[in-house]
Write a protein of this length. Structure first.
Length: 236
């Protein structure tokens, strides 16, 4: 019996910096990344959008960008906050402005919706994001028929390093363990250190793993079909 394992390999943070853009593009062209989530607010967003427009088969969704939190000396603090995460009206205005910017920059609607640091898993962001995803008839991460896999990540809950989790062997094990059906594997490839964030050095390790020939061989050996959100229903 043929496998029905379909895999979307989605790279978050497209547009946040030139280095992240370069890593995502390399992971798509040389590796297994099939899709990305686009951040509209950053200076590197126009360059990311130019690539997306030139490569329409590259899946692209909106990465809702409301804030980023970092852990310093065991304490969580906001690196930036676009709007208060308790102000529903401000959140909806901001998300819709980011959606308008996505359309203006990319020239089409997103094919999926998610958020930076999973902000949409909590209210009031969740209800607003779910409403917009329904309006667009697109999947919302964690709340669609695509099983979410966040195991390919090189840090623990307060930023402690776990580089072994993003090595090629770890990625191959994830691929071999995929269940039947549709899975979204999240990743964060990047080049250089042009970004203020907790998750930085890990990005080049992820990039090397995503482009490792042994990982591609595992995809083929396990009969996993790589796809995007837009093609996921017809890829097998």
């Amino acid at each position: 019996m043929a496998s029905d394992r379909r895999l979307i390999v989605n790279a978050d943070d497209f547009g946040i910096s030139p280095g992240v853009n370069a890593g995502i593009i390399e992971a798509h062209e040389r590796g297994i990344v099939t899709s990305t989530s686009f951040m509209t607010r950053w200076p590197a967003a126009p360059a990311a959008a130019e690539y997306a427009r030139a490569h329409p088969k590259f899946g692209i969704g909106l990465h809702i960008d409301l804030s980023e939190w970092i852990c310093r000396d065991g304490n969580w603090e906001a690196l930036y906050e676009v709007v208060s995460l308790e102000d529903a009206a401000a959140i909806e205005r901001e998300i819709r402005q980011q959606l308008d910017a996505f359309r203006r920059l990319i020239g089409r609607d997103p094919d999926h919706l998610d958020s930076h640091q999973h902000a949409h898993r909590k209210e009031p962001v969740h209800s607003i994001a779910r409403t917009i995803a329904t309006e667009l008839d697109i999947p919302l991460r964690h709340f669609s028929n695509a099983r979410y896999c966040g195991e390919f990540y090189g840090q623990g809950g307060v930023g402690e390093p776990y580089p072994e989790l993003i090595q090629p062997d770890a990625l191959i094990q994830i691929i071999r363990s995929l269940p039947e059906g549709l899975t979204e594997l999240c990743c964060h490839p990047g080049r250089g250190a042009d970004l203020e964030t907790m998750y930085l050095r890990e990005r080049e390790i992820e990039l090397a793993s995503l482009c490792d020939p042994a990982v591609r061989n595992a995809i083929d050996e396990c009969e996993v079909s790589l796809c995007t959100f837009a093609t996921s229903q017809t890829s097998n």
